[in-house]
Ligand binder design. Structure first.
Ligand code: ADP
Length: 470
């Protein structure tokens, strides 16, 4: 069963508040019951004590009991819920509340009983009697019998207090649950609203709409992270899409230019405008070679990207390989008046990998370095080992790149400056192939560059031979 976040949150708020209010009611009831019971029992004892004192004071050793005062004491006790009788030491009745006002006695007792049953229908009490000996100057002057509803009883005022306390707790409970419903609705709306907007944005992304960004405001950290992730994703998808469009345009453009040139040359020769000499045929041939190279690059890239290249692993001396590559570049460097240096390394560096592919990686990096450097500049290659990795740096102090270009240069067909690559003949594939080969060896490649100051590529391969096998 699917339950909305709103219903879940509201239900949890109600549950928590209902539990808290229930516990408070239960606690208050238990405490009030216990303290009230003690208070009432103490009050009863105090009242009895006061009656005993009053009776002893009232008794005259010579005159005996004063009837009028007994009426007052007796009626006073009755008002407080005590039905009293006074007997002489020989047991004869001196004064009885029943005799004085039988109707009032029964009314008061039944009122007490009904109060106690109103308070609790499980109340287990009954009408009780206690006897107290009355003594004056160490002489027994009689017996006091008190009748009451026991073990304890509540007066009308006390019952009203308890009832209104319970009502207040009930009102607080109802108010708290109403607040819980409102709060749950409000809080869940605050959370579910942005989530719904984000879900809709994700749907738009899957439908190919990458343009708009989420501009939601929220003070929930997780929601902000989600918004950020979705915006980064749409930016990445938008970039990918524009690169894809760029790719089709580039391939079409790159192929059209040499083909138009070949077509123009051939047409001119067919129409007899130009003579079919060796130089013109060679120019057509060069253009065809360029197209062939381009198609070969695209093929290599697609193979590398689709894991179709099977790496032939062997252990080889990396320094010796780099030395060889630099030697091969000497003639080109000499031609451009560029120096190429392989910094000496104290220890031997052996690596497990596909030697030809690794060689292709460094050839690409060094040829780029030479291509984007000017006369009298230097290409420096540095190799060292740390605890876990083999690190190789290829640095030049050539024309460099802008910071914002760096995240794209490993993308397929990305060229920093179209006119720059036209001049150099590059297609923007070299670094993509380089990265794929490095990653196939479980390595990583990163770049740092500053326009006008130069570029440094850093390659990291695992030292542990088993980790090299991707
Ligand atoms: P290309 O074949 O066009 O050189 P790459 O994939 O090798 O393609 O490089 C992508 C882009 O990165 C190039 O357009 C180039 O401008 C830039 N680039 C690569 N290496 C360097 C470098 N060492 N110095 C400056 N720019 C570089």
């Amino acid at each position: 069963m699917r339950v909305s976040l709103k219903s879940k949150l509201t239900a949890s708020y109600i549950l928590i508040i209902a539990m808290v209010v229930g516990l408070i009611c239960f606690g208050v009831n238990i405490t009030v019951k216990a303290s009230f019971k003690n208070f009432v029992l103490e009050r009863q004892e105090k009242q009895t004590h006061e009656i005993v004192e009053a009776l002893i004071m009232n008794y005259g050793m010579d005159t005996g009991w004063d009837r009028n005062t007994l009426d007052i004491i007796g009626m006073n006790a009755l008002q407080k819920g005590l039905v009293i009788e006074i007997k002489d030491p020989d047991g004869s009745l001196v004064w009885s509340a029943y005799e004085h006002n039988n109707g009032l006695c029964h009314a008061i007792i039944s009122n007490m009983l009904s109060n106690m049953y109103t308070y609790s229908n499980r109340w287990e009490g009954e009408y009780k009697e206690n006897k107290y000996s009355l003594q004056s100057d160490d002489k027994e002057i009689g017996t006091l019998i008190t009748g009451y509803v026991g073990p304890y009883y509540f007066t009308d005022e006390e019952l009203t207090f308890i009832t209104s306390l319970n009502q207040t707790i009930l009102i607080i409970g109802i108010a708290s649950i109403s607040i819980a419903i409102l709060l749950g609705y409000f809080m869940s709306s605050r959370i579910s609203k942005p989530l719904n907007i984000i879900a809709n944005k994700a749907k738009l992304l899957s439908a190919g709409d990458y343009k708009k960004r989420l501009t939601l405001e929220s003070n929930t950290k997780e929601i902000l992270l989600l918004i950020d992730a979705i915006n980064t994703l749409s930016q990445a998808l938008e970039n990918k899409e524009s690169l894809q469009k760029q790719l089709t345009q580039d391939v079409a453009h790159e192929l059209r230019t040499p083909l138009t040139s070949i077509q123009g040359n051939l047409e001119a020769m067919i129409d007899g405008i130009w003579e079919m000499d060796k130089a013109r045929l060679l120019s057509c041939y060069d253009e065809l070679e360029r197209i062939k190279r381009m198609i070969a690059s695209i093929e290599t890239l697609s193979k590398v990207e689709n894991d179709m290249v099977i790496l032939k692993y062997e252990e080889f001396d990396l320094l010796a390989l780099l030395k060889n590559i630099t030697l091969n570049f000497y003639p080109t460097c000499k031609e451009k008046n560029i120096a190429i240096e392989l910094e000496p390394c104290d220890e031997e560096v052996h690596m497990l990998g596909d030697k030809d592919r690794i060689s292709q990686v460094f050839t690409n990096l060094i040829s780029n370095g030479i291509m984007y450097s000017n006369s009298k500049q230097t290409i420096l290659i540095k190799v060292f080992k740390n605890e876990k990795d083999i690190v190789i740096k290829v640095r030049d102090n050539g024309i460099g790149m802008r910071e914002e270009e760096l995240s794209y240069i490993f993308e397929r067909f990305y060229r920093v400056d179209k006119s720059r690559s036209k001049h150099t003949g590059g297609m923007g594939i070299g670094l993509t192939i380089t990265k794929s080969i490095v990653e196939a060896h479980n390595g990583s490649i990163s770049v740092s560059s500053k326009e006008g100051a130069g570029t440094e590529f850093t390659l990291v391969f695992p030292r542990n031979v088993e980790d090299c096998i991707g």
